[in-house]
Design a protein around this ligand. Structure first.
Ligand code: FES
Length: 84
């Protein structure tokens, strides 16, 4: 994460990582399976899926409460503002 704030939009429910790639927004990733933690982003505004077990394990409940999520695991539809 570099602290860049971006806005994504999607009509379909997909992962943040997938939509970001489609919209030419670079988010670092490696495993794409919720293990490496490289795709960490911070959700600022928008409706996202509930945290997966992998996200809770990697980020912790307090990090999740602050908005941190794994872009390869978190899904959304509509409009999403996040720090990448
Ligand atoms: S790319 Fe490894 S946790 Fe998302």
């Amino acid at each position: 994460m570099k602290g860049n704030v971006v806005t994504l939009t999607s009509n379909n429910r997909e992962t943040i990582l997938k939509i970001a790639k489609e919209q030419n927004i670079k988010i670092k990733s490696f495993c794409k399976r919720g293990i490496c933690g490289r795709c960490l982003v911070k959700v600022i505004d928008g409706n996202v899926s509930r945290p997966t077990e992998k996200e809770i394990k990697k980020i912790g409940q307090s990090g999740i409460k602050e908005g941190y999520r794994l872009a390869c695991q978190t899904q959304f539809s509509g409009r999403l503002k996040l720090e990448v």
